[in-house]
Write a protein that binds this ligand. Structure first.
Ligand code: ADE
Length: 344
């Protein structure tokens, strides 16, 4: 029992170590997001030239696009330290006061999922971001008094997958706002080629392209697929990732030609087969396939929307003609249209 647990935790640690090794540590090593990279390099150089701290930065985009990686690179380019936390982890005003008070001049604070900060904590951030001070209320009722805590000047990097959930006062306090886009297949191919060299596995250009095509625009996914395909290559082939090895491994992992996995297909099938093609509300849809509504919205849905397989309407999600065609369910579509015609 202990053995099994130890083995599991070792392998997870090992995966995390690999993860760290795969992260680019400078702008030069960072592939893709050309515009963001170019602009950020200008802002960094300008701030360094003036001897100032960098203005606060907000990065938004789907999970896995490298928001944490990019902020570590920016901090390093500014010769600063980076402290990493997440919105939900900062529960009380005392937590944010302690974190901010602990920073050194010029440090970076990265807050992931910044849209999930609670309101009191968020309001304390306003003066911290604007004037580098914290107003702390001590006591309650008529005897309550406020003391002002001077903070070191710092750069806040906020990251979110849901920019729409950020309040305007918080959003307006970021001097730089960047949207990270899904990566092109070409950029993902470069990333996987670099990653393969880092972990020491041989990969052919066609093999890299095949994996890149199925990685739904996301570096985190391309690197995860690389590790799994490497396992197949090592155990069932001669260790080299060719196009053939990539294809057969990804088929075994049930990741199709467009990168859809079993969850994506369950979603599409549910909309089509259980709800007549939609519209169906997010919560109803999530419950029908036993998934969390949040996961569905943040993780699966963006890619299905990007492919044009689903649409968001005020009454819920609908499957498009492209989704029926991809799943080979055109018959269902005709049937749905016939029943609709009968009702009308
Ligand atoms: N690994 C993960 N994301 C990367 C990126 N954008 N560039 C290079 N390597 C990466």
């Amino acid at each position: 029992m202990t053995d099994r647990l130890n083995t599991t935790s070792y392998s997870r640690e090992h995966d995390e170590e690999v993860e760290t090794k795969l992260r680019p540590s400078s702008f030069d090593e960072y592939i893709g997001q050309a515009k963001v990279k170019e602009n950020m390099q200008v802002f960094v150089q300008a701030a360094l030239g003036r001897g100032e701290v960098l203005d606060h930065v907000l990065l938004y985009g789907q999970p896995g696009l490298g928001k944490t990686t990019l902020s570590a690179i920016i901090a390093s380019a500014m010769n600063a330290s980076l402290r990493v936390t997440t919105g939900p982890a900062i529960e009380r005003p005392g937590d944010i006061a302690a974190i901010l008070n602990d920073l050194n001049e010029g440090d970076f604070l990265f807050i992931d999922e910044i849209h999930r900060l609670n309101r009191t904590v968020e309001e304390m951030l306003y003066s911290a971001m604007e004037d580098f001070v914290l107003d702390i209320v001590i006591g309650k009722g008529p005897g309550a008094r406020s003391i002002r805590l001077e903070l070191p000047r710092f750069t806040l990097v906020g990251a979110t997958t849901r920019i729409g959930l950020l309040t305007a006062p918080l959003r307006d306090r970021f001097g730089v706002i960047h949207h990270l886009e899904p990566y092109s297949v070409q950029d993902l191919q470069k990333i996987i080629t670099r990653s393969a060299a880092v972990i020491g596995v041989e990969i052919e250009p066609d093999g890299a392209e095949e994996i890149a095509r199925r990685a739904r625009g996301t570096p985190r996914i391309v690197n995860r697929l690389l590790k799994r395909v490497r396992d197949f290559a090592q155990v069932q082939y001669d260790g080299i990732i060719t196009c053939e090895v990539a294809k057969s491994s990804l088929d075994k992992l049930e990741i199709d030609k467009l990168g859809l996995d079993t969850v994506d297909k369950k979603i599409l099938r549910a909309i089509i087969e259980k709800f007549g093609g939609g519209p169906v509300g997010l919560d109803t849809l999530a419950a029908s396939i036993d998934e969390e509504a949040g996961t569905l919205e943040d993780v699966a849905e963006p890619y299905l929307l990007q492919l044009g397989f689903i649409q968001r309407t005020p009454r819920g999600r609908t499957a498009t003609r492209l989704a029926y065609a991809h799943l080979g369910l055109d018959g269902f579509r005709e049937q749905a249209q016939i029943s609709l015609a009968e009702v009308l």
